[in-house]
Design a protein around this ligand. Structure first.
Ligand code: ADP
Length: 628
């Protein structure tokens, strides 16, 4: 076995590979970009080598810098993780040339499966059923091929990955435009605009088979995974085994996957991906090969959970020349496992990636969590915004789903937006629970799954209570900690206003103080994060006086901070006032707001009239003299 390996990756997968290496007594070398100098993966390794600035092509994609790091540290093998250089045959060759073991398949196998079109042709010849369609090199006459296949069709970039360069076309009239845009995207992303056209499978389910091969001619499959829950052809929830998979179909698809691996002389961990027409369950005559991923997959933990096999350990053993010591008959599914990809993104806003500091990051401990970030880390725009993968294993599918939903409801994340609540809703959706899934699930249920819900009353009450108690860590200039900052006429501080997603919410604090099961954190920008059952609500304490005071030294007037009714006028023209003296009391949103003098000055005129209903921004009091 190796003494030391280098992990040519970052984030959760780098941390995960190191975990197994460490357990096996193997030393670890991390490589990192400047943006990752303080990252979890660099900290987790025995040694860490800087390889360049953050853009991947200047660091994580730089074969020369990575090989140099391996040489300098004496690493005998390189694990590429997924993404980056993991399916780069030239890199695998360069490793061999440098006398370093590439922990992955032989370059020839990577190349054979590298282009979807050529891989399909090869598989077709080997007797593996492929999605009906056209996958030739000739790119003229694609439209007539589409007509032959019959609409709907899918145009796919042959060099594609990550769902890019893919367009579904439902009618012939749309073909040219879709082709053009798929080609444009493919050219930009992969440097090649070659596409294939295939039948768009009805009620598609993504079923994939984990395969493993050693250098001694043994090829096994480690059962299937179902990755049908996708958004824009990208996996969101993965599970194993596939719901509704019969023993007969499993045997068939497993054998086909093994054939695929053997055909290309595969070694190591790989995944053969299939698309199934699940309109009548999963049956062999409606399952077709899509492509093979010649690396460890993001979703490998669900396979580990149901087989009890550490796939990274197997990868290391195979790379070191050991033979697989299990037989196919030893591999049986145990229970059910499900994984979700917890992302820094905003489902309510088109799943826009969210960047920022993880001011709070608490992940559940009763399930497996593969994370690549820690509390305090910054999620940047340079890399994939995945925070963690969370994986639950149960006796039954229902049990696994319930366990994961429960675990996610304990997640606390503040400082950026995440898809956690979206994931919880997905796991608890009745159709999902019933196993009624296909790749259109998320799109079909988006309205139920994606929107940001308003904070529940207990989140607001807990926030108000924290503010009232003043038990939030503060700085001196914090408006909430100042005695004069938030005054309610004639009452103690029992009611407060918050601004949540641009809307006002008023809350009255219950007395005596109550435990709400809500964790309140004051963010660095002064807002409050209320974390409740896996959701985070960002609350801004509406403090009209503070808003005014912030401008106080510069302004010569007091404006109504919100629409309301003037219920008291306490000053008149010519009167001298001291900073903080009450001027006008406004009733708005069922409460009274005292507007006071921002500085020591003289009242020039009073525009506020008792009993008047005024608009936001209306001038209430003007002061004499120059603004300081
Ligand atoms: P990529 O390599 O970009 O991930 P894939 O070929 O693996 O592309 O396809 C990604 C996803 O697109 C699949 O998981 C599936 O949801 C969908 N898909 C691919 N081919 C078809 C097809 N012929 N019919 C229906 N859906 C498909």
């Amino acid at each position: 076995m190796f003494q030391k390996i280098l992990i040519a990756n970052r984030g959760e997968i780098a941390c995960r590979i190191m975990r197994t290496a460490r357990a096996m007594g193997i030393g670890t070398v991390a490589v990192y970009s400047d943006a990752d100098a303080e990252s979890a993966h660099a900290a987790a390794a025995d040694e860490a080598v800087r390889i360049g600035p953050p853009p991947a092509r200047e660091s994580y994609l730089r074969a020369d810098a990575i090989l140099e790091a391996a040489r300098a540290t004496g690493a005998e093998a390189i694990h590429p993780g997924y993404g980056f250089l993991s399916e780069n045959a030239d890199f695998a060759e360069a490793c061999a040339a440098a006398g370093i073991v590439f922990i992955g398949p032989p370059p020839g196998a990577i190349r054979a499966m590298g282009l979807k079109g050529d891989a399909k042709a090869l598989m077709d010849k080997a007797g593996v059923p492929v999605v009906p369609g056209y996958h030739g090199a000739d790119q003229i006459g694609l439209k007539s091929e589409a007509a032959k296949i019959g609409y709907p069709v899918l145009i796919k970039a042959v060099a594609g990955g990550g769902g890019k360069g893919m367009r579904r076309v439902d009618v012939a009239e749309d073909f040219e435009a879709a082709l053009e845009s798929a080609q444009r995207e493919a050219r930009g992303a992969f440097g090649s605009d070659r596409v294939l056209v295939e039948k768009y499978v009805a009620r598609p389910r993504h079923i994939e088979v984990q395969v493993f091969a050693d250098r001694h001619g043994n090829v096994l499959h480690l059962l299937e995974r179902d990755c049908s829950l996708q958004r824009r052809h990208q996996k969101v929830v993965e599970e194993a085994p596939a719901p509704g998979m019969t023993a007969e179909t499993r045997k068939w698809i497993g054998a086909i996957a093994v054939t695929a691996a053997r055909t290309v002389g595969y070694v190591g961990a790989g995944t053969v991906e299939f698309i199934a027409d699940a309109s009548q369950g999963l049956c062999p005559d409606r399952i077709w090969f899509m492509e093979m991923n010649t690396r460890l997959q993001v979703e490998h933990p669900v396979t580990e959970a149901i087989t009890g096999i550490d796939l990274v350990e197997w990868q290391l053993r195979v790379a070191a020349g050991e033979a697989l010591f299990k037989r196919q008959s030893d591999i049986r599914p145990r229970g059910h496992a499900v994984e979700v990809r917890l992302y820094a993104e905003d489902p309510a806003n088109g799943f826009l990636p969210s960047t920022g500091t993880l001011e709070r990051l608490a992940l559940p401990s009763e399930v497996r969590v593969d994370a690549g970030v820690r509390e305090g880390d910054v999620v940047t725009a340079f890399y994939d915004p995945m925070i963690a993968k969370v994986i639950a294993h149960g006796e039954t599918r229902e049990g696994a789903m319930a366990k994961l939903g429960e675990a996610l409801s304990k997640v606390e994340i503040a400082g950026l937006r995440t898809n956690n609540a979206f994931l919880i809703r997905t796991l608890r959706h009745p159709d999902f629970v019933a196993g009624d899934i296909d790749t259109g699930f998320i799109t079909r249920h988006l309205e139920e799954l994606a929107p940001q819900t308003p904070p529940p009353d207990e989140a607001l009450a807990a926030a108000a209570q924290s503010v009232a108690k003043g038990n939030l860590a503060d700085t001196d200039d914090d408006p909430w900690s100042r005695g004069d900052s938030f005054r309610l006429a004639g009452a103690s501080r029992q009611t407060m206003d918050f601004v949540v997603d641009g809307k006002y919410r008023s809350v009255t604090i219950p007395l005596p103080s109550t435990e709400f099961g809500v964790h309140i954190l004051k963010l660095t920008n002064g807002d409050l994060a209320a974390m409740h059952k896996g959701e985070t609500f960002v609350l801004h304490l509406h403090d009209p006086l503070h808003d005014m005071e912030a401008e106080g030294d510069r302004t010569d007037r007091v404006l109504a901070p919100m629409p309301g009714k003037i219920i008291q006028v306490q000053v008149q023209a010519g009167q001298s006032v001291r900073r903080g003296d009450p001027l006008v009391i406004l009733e708005a949103m069922k409460m009274e707001h005292t507007l006071s003098a921002p500085r020591d000055t003289t009242v020039e005129s009073v525009d506020a009239v008792l009993g008047d209903q005024i608009a936001e921004g209306a001038v209430l009091v003007r002061f004499a003299g120059e603004a300081a």
